[in-house]
Ligand binder design. Sequence first.
Ligand SMILES: Cc1ncc(COP(=O)(O)O)c(C=O)c1O
Length: 391
Amino acid sequence: MIQTYHAGRHFLQIPGPTNVPDRVLRAIDQPTMDHRGPAFGRFGLELLGKLRAVFKTHGPVVVFPASGTGAWEAALVNTLSPGDTVLMCRTGWFATLWREMAERLGLAPILIETDWRRGADVPAIAEALAKDTAHRIKAVCVVHNETSTGCASHIDAVRRALDAEGHPALLLVDTISSLASIDYRHDEWRVDVTVAGSQKGLMLPPGLSFNAVSAKALAAAEMARLPRSYWDWRPMLTANETGYFPYTPGTNLLYGLNEAVSMLLEEGLSNVFARHDRHAEATRRAVRAWGLEIQCAEPRDYSSSLTGVRVPEGHSADALRAVILDKFNMSLGNGLGILKDRVFRIGHLGDFGDLQLLGTLGGVEMGLRAAGVPHRPGGVQAAIDYLAGNA
Ligand SMILES: Cc1ncc(COP(=O)(O)O)c(C=O)c1O
């Protein structure tokens, strides 16, 4: 059935893809250029240089015309060999998918479980590393911000655990829903591969993904024996030296990326992170005022990109989301994996301001009422009170 027209702008409040700002849309809306011509090389060099600031790295950032899943694969196949042991933390649905990919590629993951209500268990990581005196673990893989739960992990603490054991494993981090939303420092935390995607904090449509790569990861790539072709960093890095790509890049998305990075740097990354923190706190206050439960049970691990909200027992999160879409033209994130129908997710990342947040929370509050989900009114007011006092 063709949906009837809804007046007013759709609220895309899933935790990515996020709303693409007009400046980025206009940048994308330019004639596609010759990706082997002289103008492209100049553009590529400028863009690749600028992009490093967002990852807080001085090293190379590889850009793939692919979704985030491709960048996951690139991180694994460039650094590891068949049968290698990798330590992975099942913090939620996306960590589960990364683990499944590692198994399909012929790696041997050791899994550290959580209850999907907190970030990665750093003491358990430290214990696994301490036991591994033979250094069989070749990489530790952590999802910085678990988009399925709204729980963030402490990458600096994971780094300290590796250092404390003097363990040589590589550190591979998925920042698909944290980059340019939550403080992240590739060089300072000595991350070896940072995996990222275009469609969340970077405010672009889906279609680009990234690997920021350390010198240690580049050295590992020389020894790694997993098969790779499209994802191989080496031809990419050689071509990137002059601003080009070894195969056809996503040219118009790169125009958008150039604009998005300019916007982030104009705002200042610390201001970008503070804005996300503030919107996340306002959202949590609204959820508590409604009398609903936040999926993340550990306040230290609260995500600033999204908030997962549990619906009361006997109620359906999917039915609530359907009512909100139908009546108020707003998309919210669904529950994934074990959280299916138990949780809805409010995305508050990307190009997002106070009034958009209040519209979003207004839509949720009206939706709770329309769908008959038991709650107290006053969530939007709680958010206003917080935002007004923290302008
Ligand atoms: C944390 C995380 N990792 C990986 C992915 C997979 O990325 P994609 O769907 O772009 O392939 C997602 C997608 O939302 C994600 O949120």
